[in-house]
Design a protein around this ligand. Structure first.
Ligand SMILES: *[C@@H]1O[C@H](CO)[C@@H](O)[C@H](O)[C@H]1NC(C)=O
Ligand SMILES: *[C@@H]1O[C@H](CO)[C@@H](O)[C@H](O)[C@H]1NC(C)=O
Ligand SMILES: *[C@@H]1O[C@H](CO)[C@@H](O)[C@H](O)[C@H]1NC(C)=O
Length: 326
């Protein structure tokens, strides 16, 4: 909208330009045009455009994805203020599963319950290496006080990941033969070859109303998740039409709070813990170097250490097989 407005207004001015007496007005108008067009509030509507973006050059596209991600994370962070901490009464997950079906807390420890997934979920995820994941885990454990032991489940640092695209998920299961799955694995490898490793920076930590602590990332360099998902979509033509995540989103599940902490007073300080963790992890840098095709034999196997088969592919940045960055 900003761009169209600018073109229309500046076009009109061009015709008046023949009139010498208007020159001074034109100069002021043109300056106004330039000033207005560089104002953030006029660049913003850009982001909401749903039409073809091919005319944008790379820097503008990067800007578009970045601002869309920030807006998305902003919206996600106000979810808990809008809906309240639903997890305090052992509620449901964002995927509609009962928490009590996923965890057994009765021994005073958090024990995940594994349930077979029929058919197995087939997901492609970007993997975060163990050393980096361990540092993040330490920050999470340091920030949340001991009162949360027994009601908090920490993501296994060997399986930190950002979900990109599903070839089959629980909402739209797509059964496949071994041959079809082998083809999906091969196709995922093709995409990984084209993608460049992603340098990412933590933009914020969000606690959702369902109790999931999420690390939300911004992309500094590498193939944007929006592009990775686009390529996966063309390479996995039978995948569910409705995917689970916003195309620009790149987030990592860090932990899940399953109920009220032992010391009830702590309930009033969620904001403080989340903001402390934000301070701890803000701008934390990481690099994602692998795309995984994962078969989750158990429900939420990646999150709950269930049974899974993973196929790992390095991001090779092979630009001869297509423009690597965009
Ligand atoms: C939960 O754990 C308790 C204590 O270890 C055990 O007795 C119970 O059978 C478990 N429940 C389920 C559903 O696994
Ligand atoms: C961005 O990533 C590409 C591909 O991995 C790499 O060649 C380039 O040096 C990186 N640029 C910066 C500024 O890190
Ligand atoms: C890059 O991709 C092209 C076309 O798929 C292939 O011929 C070439 O060998 C690849 N290069 C590398 C370094 O993998």
């Amino acid at each position: 909208m900003g761009k169209i407005w600018r073109r229309a207004e500046c076009g009109k001015l061009y015709h008046i330009c023949t009139n010498f007496h208007s020159a001074i007005i034109i100069v002021s108008f043109l300056s106004a045009c330039i000033v207005i067009s560089t104002m953030p509030s006029f660049r913003k509507p850009f982001v909401e455009l749903s039409c073809d973006h091919r005319w944008l050059h790379d820097a503008q596209k990067t800007y578009l994805y970045t601002t869309r991600r920030s807006k998305l994370y902003e919206d996600m962070s106000i979810d808990i203020a809008k809906n309240g901490p639903l997890f305090l009464d052992m509620g449901t997950t964002s995927q509609g599963l009962q928490l009590s079906e996923l965890f057994n807390l009765s021994s005073g420890q958090v024990v995940p319950l594994q349930k077979p997934a029929h058919p197995p979920v087939r997901a492609t995820v970007l993997h975060l290496d163990f050393d980096t994941a361990r540092k993040i885990l330490q920050a999470v454990q340091k920030t949340f006080p001991a009162a949360f032991i027994g009601v908090m489940w920490y993501q296994d640092p060997r399986l930190y990941h950002s979900s990109m695209y599903h070839a089959s998920h629980h909402l739209e299961p797509i059964p496949a033969s071994r041959e079809e799955i082998a083809e999906e694995i091969r196709a995922t490898n093709e995409v990984a070859k084209r993608c460049c490793p992603l340098d990412i920076r933590l933009e914020r930590v969000v606690l959702t109303s369902t109790g999931v602590l999420l690390g939300c990332w911004q992309v500094v360099n590498g193939t944007d998740p929006a592009i990775i998902r686009k390529w996966l979509k063309t390479h996995l033509p039978n995948s569910p039409t409705k995917q689970l995540y916003n195309p620009v989103m790149i987030h990592t599940s860090l932990a899940r709070i399953l109920g009220p902490p032992r010391d009830q007073k702590m309930v009033n300080y969620f904001d403080t813990y989340v903001s402390n963790l934000n301070m701890e992890l803000c701008n934390f840098k990481a690099t994602l170097r692998e795309l995984w095709f994962v078969e989750e034999m158990d429900v939420l196997a990646l999150a709950l250490n269930g049974r899974l088969k993973q196929h790992r592919f390095p991001l090779e940045c092979n630009s001869t097989s297509g423009k690597a960055l965009f």
